[in-house]
Design a protein around this ligand. Structure first.
Ligand code: NAD
Length: 484
């Protein structure tokens, strides 16, 4: 199977923060890969804009180094790299001052798609939006791409939405949540809404519970000061995990259309119950191996920030009442693994005498590593000996099933940037969605802050704090194993 690449319209894409970590690791290598795939038309250009006086050639050199470091060798093609570098320019700019804006205006064409990627600290988002307008750089159809975090609570997210709205309309604002750009996450929608098989069962009558796990092995070392102001709830749950939950729980949109999809996601967030303190487990990793503890990494000896969180959520609507969603995410855990597991209820009655192997059906959607799906079903154990049952996985690794096409699957950033150029907002968060997510998150955080809650310690290389096990045990359920 060969993947199809549809070229996009000519564009000028300005990457503010073009010399920063995210631009070097994801955005610029991603753009190179789209160039390599033949998706970039001949007159598309990428302009880096950041602090620091670089010439165009010096910028190209930093991008060449980034490609060398972050693109797999098999996809580094000398001619393609040279061609891509030829599309680059650089402007030294000050988001808070006047330097560079006149030069940027000269460079930007007004007869192509204009996109401005804000890959800078969130404190600068408002300044960039204002100056793009003030200097007459952004035309009426221009798009801005805003990185995370989008606020740190409802008040700051509202303020940021209001600031951006002074200069750009909602249809011009692309709030990135890179989880939505992942292949498997979009596959969730395809599985649900392009098959008849699952949707009739997709409700509390047939689904016992849902588990969403995003486990990381990395520590916060190197970004401890930043992370300490955030924590797992703000960094992962409010945005990425909430988006996954919405895609599992939402009603079928009438069409695969940006606002139809986002309307349905918003309804899910609004239907979330407040979370009871006993349904929250917060953890902080201890020292282990060669690495220090969370507190050492955060450089805050009294830090109460969580590097792990597990929550039990309930959605109060007709479809989901009675089916809990268990979420957990953490750093320094046993393995890097993200998955969604949907556990169905047992059949109402067993006609078989042998019920030793009797288990529920489980649909597992793996986001990483090895994106794929797995459906656990009961079958007869082969051989003589009567009707004995055994559970087997119907396993589909996308890499195996789709062959070369799966190898060419673009990274989330590649896909999302091309969606910006195409003007498709389906995989971007709308302002009201972000605010609704914060409106649900704020009281949870305020609650533990008011209680002076201290996270429970956990050892690196484990699946998290002991109390997280209890969160499920007391409901007669178990977390799926995080496999090393
Ligand atoms: P960084 O500190 O590595 O880079 C910041 C960039 O902003 C640099 O290019 C710098 O020159 C530029 N800059 C700083 N002040 C400026 C000013 N006054 N005017 C113009 N340019 C200025 O940051 P980063 O890690 O690349 O993060 C960028 C954004 O992406 C942040 O919003 C961050 O939260 C978000 N983000 C980063 C990552 C990541 O993995 N690095 C992941 C998700 C989201």
């Amino acid at each position: 199977m060969v993947s199809r690449v549809i070229p996009v319209e000519p564009f000028d894409l300005v990457v503010f923060g073009g010399t920063g970590d995210l631009a070097r690791r994801k955005i610029l290598p991603g753009l190179y890969l789209r160039y390599l795939a033949g998706q970039m038309p001949p007159d598309a250009r990428v302009i880096g804009a950041a602090r620091g006086d670089l010439t165009d050639d010096e910028f190209r050199k930093t991008v060449a180094e980034a490609i060398e470091e972050f693109v797999p060798a098999a996809r580094r093609d000398a001619a393609a790299i040279a061609g891509f570098l030829g599309r680059l320019a650089y402007v030294a700019i000050d988001a808070k001052g006047e330097t560079g804006w006149a030069r940027l205006k000269e460079l930007i064409r007004d007869d192509v798609v204009q996109a401005f990627y804000f890959s800078v600290a969130p404190a600068l988002f408002g300044d960039l939006a204002e100056r793009l307008r003030l200097h007459g750089i952004a035309g009426p159809q221009a798009r801005i791409v805003v990185e995370k975090p989008f606020g740190r609570d409802l008040a700051s997210a509202r303020a940021l939405n209001a600031t951006l709205a002074q200069h750009f309309t909602e249809s011009q604002i692309y709030r990135i949540d890179h989880y939505l750009g992942k292949e498997t996450v979009q596959n969730l929608m395809a599985v649900r809404f392009a098959n008849i098989l699952f949707e009739p069962l997709w409700k509390s009558e047939y689904i016992d519970h849902v588990q969403i796990t995003v486990a990381e092995t990395v520590s916060v070392n190197g970004r401890g000061a930043y992370y300490d102001k955030s924590g797992a709830m703000r960094d992962m749950v409010q945005n990425h995990m909430m988006q996954l939950l919405c895609l599992i729980a939402m009603e079928p949109p009438y069409h695969f259309d940006p606002d139809a999809v986002r309307d349905e996601k918003l309804k899910v967030i609004r239907a979330l119950d407040p979370v009871r303190p006993e349904d929250i487990v917060r953890g902080q990793y201890r020292a282990g191996g060669d690495e220090g503890s969370y507190v050492e990494h955060s450089e805050n000896p009294d830090s109460r920030t969580e590097s792990y969180i597990a929550l039990k959520l309930n959605i109060s609507n007709w479809r989901w009442k009675g089916t809990p969603f268990y979420l957990r995410t953490g750093k320094r855990l046993r393995a890097r693994e993200s998955e969604i597991a949907i556990t169905f209820k047992e059949p109402p009655h067993s006609i078989f005498d042998d019920d030793r192997g009797w288990r529920e059906n489980v649909l597992v959607i793996r986001l990483q590593p090895d994106e794929g799906m797995n459906l656990k079903v009961m079958i007869k154990e082969p051989g003589p000996g009567g009707m004995r049952l055994v559970q087997v996985p119907l396993d589909m690794s996308f890499a195996d099933a789709l062959g070369d096409a799966a190898q060419d699957v673009p990274d989330a950033y590649e896909r999302l940037i091309m969606d910006v150029i195409r003007g498709n907002q389906t995989l971007f968060m709308r302002g009201d969605e972000v605010e609704a997510a914060w409106a649900w998150t704020d009281p949870i955080i305020e609650g533990w802050e008011a209680r002076g809650h201290r996270p429970q310690g956990y050892d690196p290389g484990t699946s998290g704090p002991e109390d997280a096990l209890m969160l499920m045990h007391r409901d007669g359920r178990r977390w799926r194993e995080i496999k090393a």
